[in-house]
Design a protein around this ligand. Structure first.
Ligand SMILES: [Zn+2]
Length: 466
């Protein structure tokens, strides 16, 4: 007997040879992929002996997507901060909203983000920075219940600035250095490596909000506790001005000087970097999370993704948050990533659909240091598999499944999702969450937050609402 047998369709394996199997099949038992091959050769062994048989004749079967940059606390903030550049966006809208969260509201935000990610094909993600105000324990427990895999970073900080702007962090988000470091270690002791599903990382705030001493301590503790670090870096030009002005270093040099480079580090955005910095990222095996929608919307700049890939940097993909994207749909993010490089370089072949799908799957798993578990459909890996319905006008006829996934599909086309060998979504119904309740809770929480802060109370529209 096997637990799940998927038969038919195109299987994009993302294995070391990047095989694509037509009329393929996958057998799953005890959370593991135990067999993969051609349907006609596997049907006899599994079809009559599986608890669940999924007929995927008109589907694309691929590894679950890995979103390497998520803000769970920004799920209620969509359309609350349009038409602003990063620092004003943070200071005037995003931080005052997040700095006023009550725990139950932050949890409602995290739930709606998790639900959206499951419904759009994400099976693992990296949260960038929880703080005490949001109730990190409750949020981690909720993620456990949802079935998603997650590396959850908790913010560590001891200053209140952003780049050259001092004291601009909202009071409601300020934490002391010693406290934020100790609380991260507490969460690591409590949840890290839980069931190979949850990991707790250090999430130092962006340069300007952390002292050199604390950055160094974070780097040392992460090595000692065998965990990861994720941090925004070189997102906007002000980030470069700051590290040059105060430390005489370019952003990646600054991170390297602090010990914040290496296999266990995911630097986010990394837009304003030169060739030497790209070389340093490659040499140190530091991963980069590319978030094209956010970079375009906030007018931050276009990251040099094709150059980084050519230099051997592990670039992965992330959506960023509600007010900068404004979705958590990594399938749609693939398209934006694919379109931005030709625009930036004026070369139509600057990046290929295959590169983008690698960024959204196996490279993401590598960034999260879980590529031994997930990121591809291979014998012996945990079964994180999504199934996309191509029997729809916009995906039909299917002559190139990789091109269709990257340029044409969206998260709504994901029909089923399996995480760790467990069916999490079937025919677009999420089996681990009460969808209606999540929507209702989010609506209630959002309006009480808007009411309390006075931000986002009326829609930012040029047109009258009657
Ligand atoms: Zn971010």
């Amino acid at each position: 007997m096997v637990d799940i047998y998927i038969r038919g369709g195109w299987i994009i394996t993302m294995d070391s040879e990047r095989r694509i199997i037509r009329n393929g099949a996958v057998a799953v038992e005890d959370g593991l992929i135990i067999d993969i091959g051609k349907k006609e050769q596997m049907d006899g062994d599994y079809k009559a002996y599986a608890d669940i048989v999924i007929n995927a004749e008109r589907d694309i079967v691929l590894p679950g997507l890995v979103n390497t940059h998520v803000h769970l606390a920004q799920g209620l903030l969509r359309a609350c901060a349009d038409y602003l550049s990063l620092i004003d966006w943070l200071k005037d809208r995003v931080w005052p909203l997040q700095g006023n969260y009550k725990k139950e509201e932050a949890l409602a935000s995290a739930k709606i983000v998790v639900l959206e990610m499951i419904k759009s094909g994400t099976t693992a993600f990296l949260e960038t920075g929880l703080v005490s105000r949001y109730g990190p324990d409750e949020i981690i427990e909720m993620i456990r219940g949802s079935g998603l895999r997650a590396a959850v970073a908790r913010h560590v900080m001891d200053l209140k600035g952003y780049a050259t702007k001092e004291n601009i962090l909202h009071e409601g988000l300020v934490e002391l250095g010693d406290y934020s470091l100790k609380d991260t270690i507490r969460l690591i002791e409590k949840y890290h490596e839980w069931d190979n599903k949850i990991w707790v990382w250090f999430g130092p705030r962006t340069p300007g909000a952390v002292s050199v001493e604390l950055y160094r301590e974070i780097a040392e503790k992460a090595r000692e506790l065998n965990t990861g670090i994720t941090m925004h870096l070189a997102e906007v030009r002000e980030d470069v001005e700051y590290t040059l002005r105060d430390f005489g270093k370019k952003p990646v040099e600054f991170a390297h000087w602090l010990g914040l480079t290496g296999r266990n580090v995911v630097l986010v955005h990394v837009v304003w970097v030169d060739d030497d910095e790209i070389k340093l990222l490659s040499e140190t095996k530091t991963s980069v999370s590319h978030n094209p929608s956010s970079n375009m919307k906030l007018a931050s700049g276009a990251a040099r993704v094709s150059d980084m890939l050519r230099q051997g940097v592990n670039v992965a993909l992330g959506t960023d948050g509600g007010p900068s994207n404004n979705t958590y749909d990594l399938m749609r993010e693939m398209k934006h990533a694919a379109l931005l490089q030709p625009l930036r370089t004026l070369r139509p072949d600057a990046i290929r659909a295959e590169d983008i799908l690698e960024m959204a799957t196996i490279r993401g798993a590598k960034a999260l240091m879980i590529d031994h578990l997930t990121g591809s459909i291979e014998k012996g890996k945990r079964a994180d598999v999504i199934i996309v319905d191509y029997w729809q006008p916009h995906l039909h006829p299917l002559n190139n499944p990789v091109s269709h996934l990257v340029y044409t599909a969206s998260g709504h086309d994901v029909k089923h999702s399996i995480i760790d060998g467990r069916l999490i979504m079937f025919n677009r119904k999420v089996l681990t969450m009460k969808e209606e309740e999540v929507l209702e809770e989010a609506e209630k929480a959002a309006w009480s937050l808007y009411e309390r802060t006075g931000i986002c109370k009326t829609p930012d529209l040029k047109w009258p609402v009657v």
